[in-house]
Design a protein around this ligand. Sequence first.
Ligand code: FES
Ligand SMILES: [Fe+2]
Length: 401
Amino acid sequence: MRTDTLDRLNTTMEAQLVRDDHPAGFPYLPPVPSSRYTDPGFAKLEHDELLMKNWLLAGHVSELPAAGSYFLFEQLDQSVIISRAKDGVIRAFHNSCRHRGSALLLEHSGKAMRFVCPYHSWGYSLEGELKSVPDQHDFTCFEKADHGLKPVRCEIERGMIFINFDENAGSLADFMAPQAPQKVGYPIEKMVVKKRLLVEMNCNWKLALHNFLEIYHVATVHAKTLAPHLNSQSFVIALFENGHMRFGTRKKKGESLFQPSLFKPDDIADVFRECTIALPTFPNTFYSLDPIGFSLQSFWPAGVDKSIMEVRLMGWDVDSDEDRAHWDAMDGIVRNILSEDLCLFRSIQQSLTRGTIPQLTFGYQERALYWFEEEVDRRIGAHNIPESQRVAPVLAEQMER
Ligand code: FES
Ligand SMILES: [Fe+2]
């Protein structure tokens, strides 16, 4: 973290530790309509105007270690090949053959030096050019150059691979700029994905994400697992432009919440040893940096009241029995902590779907949830949203610049 960023974190944390009221001048947060989480019309607006037009986390460069390595992005009813070509460049293409639309790759991940369609064997290079067509003489007026794979925008920030289905979107660097200084001093680009998990949830994706945007519930839900490690009183939130945020919480004991003896690189800044720094990244990604690694989580809709949490366990590139044992155990630890939250999600969704709870109430400690919802409306365009479903923008003054 830069010095000015760190200074501001420390100042706000000290103020937080002694407060016994919400800050004077903090605005009233109006209730948030429950239909934002139950209405198929709102879900369609989100899909078309928010998710299909934003930078979305697809994976990490360590998942593509060599030329020909690929994995598929398969959320939002899309199928996209993310692969590394011989020139080392990572590219993304729709996983659809230009002949009659078959998927080219059927496995989630693997290695292929050429994409050969499993239907009639049209063959494409890793750069997406159509290279071979069996019996090409049977196609009249046909140019291979006109039938390359359809590209998807793909850019990388600090080792994280993002895609964007909107050809007209601004750059990833510009989108991430308001949050980028917060992760200086934590070498994410040197990490490796140790495991990837998919967790199905019986609630709207935004309700699941809400759960990670506050620690108000930690004392109740995670009383034995997380609460003993975190000084919840110190929890601070910075709201940034583009819907991004940064949370900071002091640790109660040791550098790591999980396995203090595990390898940690020397070049991690002290702030990441003393505090848990979490980085909610708009629209649907959350991670909380710990010196031994972290859980990189993205929340995807799978229907208006179903969602999927995609989790990548990120660690350091070391090969030891202790490391393997830790990450094998971590799979279970993460699932255990998640299960403490997950068992409540279905009941929350049902209360909203039944109409028992027509609106949600957010307090000062839940202002990050409100900031997220404000940004959802900014991205969709408030004029596109029925008035009864909008969230009034009230937090702009609270944003850090
Ligand atoms: S659909 Fe791919 S070769 Fe026919
Ligand atoms: Fe939780």
